[in-house]
Design a protein around this ligand. Structure first.
Ligand code: UDP
Length: 238
């Protein structure tokens, strides 16, 4: 599969049109960035770990009936995906309070509410991806209520499947972000990968962070932590 023009150029993921109109190629780079690109670095081998994780989880979720745009891994740091019409919404599913939710509501990180929390964000880098609600999304024409229900349902199922999987590896799935796209036949599918750049993972015993927060918080050993997360996940997938 040949790569054509760049469709999206984010710091850690680059998306290309494939020679066939039905697909896009997602390339994971070694770059990492936080605070809207203000803090950036290169972590050797990161792109490869991210692609490997996207592949393992993409295949695993498929066996569990989750429809996603992921098709297959095509090189050490690239995956092939179905081309979708991107819906400019992100659902963040939270099992443990952390990150922006803790800051926004003045809660300490680590609180485990009795219910799962779903936050809806409008993907607009110019507006710094604001938190919105279902009514805003419908009013702005991004999705209908039934389509939102479908997206929350996918997020809930993915959360159930992955929480159990990572729990077996002694890791808590704290939160994760999921984007969605529409296939030409109108079906809504998951259109982003779950990686330590888009999800938080904490060791259940020690609380050690195995995700991008290590970079945000200057904790170091980012590559080692990403590799360890991947190995632990892989050991329970076999
Ligand atoms: N996240 C993401 N992309 C974003 C914002 C958040 O992948 O643009 C992920 C983030 O890594 C975390 C989850 O979504 O796992 C929840 O992020 P949060 O809203 O707490 O914001 P953050 O603290 O990451 O800025």
């Amino acid at each position: 599969m040949k790569r054509n023009e760049i469709l999206k150029d984010r710091i850690s993921v680059r998306e290309y049109a494939a020679d066939n109109q039905k697909f896009v190629i997602e390339e994971f780079t070694d770059s990492i960035s936080v605070f809207n690109g203000i803090k950036m670095a290169d972590i050797e081998g990161k792109g490869e770990i991210m692609a490997a994780m996207a592949e393992e989880l993409g295949c695993y979720l498929r066996t569990k009936g989750i429809e996603a745009r992921f098709v297959e891994r095509i090189s050490s740091n690239e995956i092939l995906c179905l081309k979708t019409e991107i819906i400019p919404l992100e659902i963040v599913t939270r099992n443990i309070v952390a990150g922006s939710m803790a800051g926004r509501l003045g809660i300490e990180e680590g609180l485990r509410p009795g219910n799962t929390i779903y936050d809806l964000f409008y993907c607009s880098p110019e507006l710094e991806n604001p938190l919105i609600n279902d009514h805003h999304a419908v009013a702005l024409g991004f999705a209908g209520y039934d389509e939102l229900d479908e997206m929350y349902s996918v997020a809930r199922k993915v959360n159930g499947i992955l929480s159990v999987l990572f729990d077996r590896a002694g890791i808590a799935l704290v939160d994760f972000r999921l984007c969605f796209g529409k296939l030409p036949d109108g079906r809504i599918v998951a259109a982003s990968e779950i990686t330590p750049d888009t999800a938080r993972f904490w060791d259940k015993e020690t609380g050690e962070r195995l995700d991008k927060d290590r970079f945000r918080m200057d904790m170091g050993k980012i590559g080692d932590s990403y590799r360890s997360l991947y190995q632990r996940m892989k050991s329970v997938l076999q």
